[in-house]
Design a binder for this molecule. Sequence first.
Ligand SMILES: [Zn+2]
Length: 413
Amino acid sequence: MRKKKFIIASLVILFFVSWKTIDFSPKPIKNIKRKKHCTIVRKISNNEILYIKLFSQLKIESFTLAPETGKYRIWANGIEVANTETFKIVKLSCVNDSIEIRAFETVIGKYKHVKIASQDSIKTFRLKLMSPDRKPRFYQDNLLVTAELGELKCVNEIVLDNYIAGVVQAESGKRSYSEFYKVQAIMARTFALSNLQKHAGEDFNLCDHTHCQVYFGKSTEADILKSVRDTKGKVVVDDDLNLIDATFHSNSGGQTANSEDVWGRKLPYLRSVKDTFSIKMPNAKWERKIAKDEWLTYLKAQHNYPIEDTVARKKALNFKQEVRIPYLEMNTIKVPLKNVRTDFQLKSTFFSIVQDGDSVIFKGRGFGHGVGMCQEGAMHMAKLGYKHTDVINFYYQKIQLIDLYKLSFFRDE
Ligand SMILES: [Zn+2]
């Protein structure tokens, strides 16, 4: 009898211990080691799991979730509280800093942390924000929800390449060229893996906004899914086998920029290149009219530029930029064009200025910071029949495309 009680007690303890082992928090990133401001890849697997914060620009108060493929179970505080075999759709709301889960009129309970997960190999769910009201989106793999400061924090726990396909679709849109999709897949993968710590301390790796990479959920485009599969494990590294800063912009205007002219840090692979592929693309040119007085007053007030000097004034009103330069310079005064771009919300720093009566016209080229790959140029190259490797080698210097798993050879254990 005593033996029987002991066995039952052991089973009960085992039962609770096993519930406790369900992990609700993102795993610490062990396989990336920081060294001298750069990253070294260590044993990153094909099925690396990432944690992506969803709707990162919104304060989510409630949403509904319904499975599309796969059977989902809802875990709260280590216990299964519901599953989507019994409830086809559930509503999660933030109530008094807790997550209230409802299935129709039934309140299942209130919790601090919830995990909605499936063991199936293919699993997709439909997430519809109710407050604020947004169109439904479809996500793969699992979802972690936390109630925090009066809102719900939703984090997608997702396999690397499922996420990469979603990013490629959000960043490049549909109906592009497969070689361009391959470039975007390699860039997105390189960016994701070199920025796993970008939100360190916030319990997720990356957000779904431009701060990290835009991500609206599952890719539906067969060409994108194939391009992600065809480039599986491929990343771009520099001479020291560190993942590169895979930066890109919309249009270079005919010439890309040196990294130090924009961010102050010189990187050997982010060099200015003459880029004829971008010049006939949609964002190659722009114009902006500003009152002459506003421009001159700005130069004086913000940069102490000597507008009272005739030569200096003439230069400011007839500024020429045939090739990219970082400053409007007069003697010792340097006006950083990146500041002018920000202050006047211009599309790029690659502009010339002409007078037009009481106004000045900024005649600009390109769209974005100009560093690294030009997306429109890359798309044009793909259209002309260049391979993804040609595109990457054109926009980034002294780099190599490498398989992640080969890099594990270099890990220092
Ligand atoms: Zn971010």
